[in-house]
Design a protein around this ligand. Sequence first.
Ligand code: AMP
Length: 262
Amino acid sequence: MRLILLGPPGAGKGTQALRLVAKYGIVQLSTGDMLRAAVKAGTPVGLKAQEIMARGGLCPDSLVVDIVAQRIDQSDARKGFILDGFPRTVPQAEALDRILAERGLSLDAVIELRVDEDALIRRIESRVAEMKARGEALRDDDSPEVLHKRLAAYRQQTAPLIAYYGRQGVLRTVDGMAAIPGVAEAIDRALPAEPAAPRVLLPGGKKKKPREKPLKSRPGKARKAVVLGIKSKGRSSPARSKRLPKHTAKTGGRRAIARRAR
Ligand code: AMP
């Protein structure tokens, strides 16, 4: 099962992802978690991301796309994954399409957790207050100002993905304001019974038929084109072989044939 959980910060993506991970035996790929780990470890990616994350902005597309591509190739993601917090922009979604196509994979569903923004702000503010009361450590981006910026970033850059995946026919929208078990049930109902089977790739990892080059410019390739199931037009038609005798050592080429005919 390969899924995307789409929704603004605080919509409950992490909670639902944990449940789906246990249910399907797949891995949760949260770009936020990966970036926070990189910041903590002080890696070059972490150093680039730290300041952007602290002010509630989005990290550069190329940076997150590379992290996700590498993560998808790890063996624990072979059975499936839930992308949480990725993609967040249309270019990221396009890059993900390419990453999956190159590997012969496709998405089973994109679950949008639809929430009311005002209610969301109240929900997050009370969660932050509870964490403070318990003396728990808050994240750098857990302040009301940063939350507003993150919501604005979602509205401007991530919400267009709803239309993007709607056009692909994989979008399933669920009411994210319901209680956690209700959201879980709605997600289960929205998911396909069977995950999509991986596509069979042609040699070289291509899924599309290669474009046919004119056979004239690649002598000796006709047999290979037939093996790949591509019909070579014209060359082997009986009418054409009557008109144009073959160039062989025996016939001596077109000019020699013409001389002999005279
Ligand atoms: P999250 O835990 O998903 O809310 O992510 C926390 C922060 O990490 C975000 O506010 C961004 O700064 C950064 N981030 C996470 N995922 C992405 C992404 N797909 N594209 C750009 N920035 C991201």
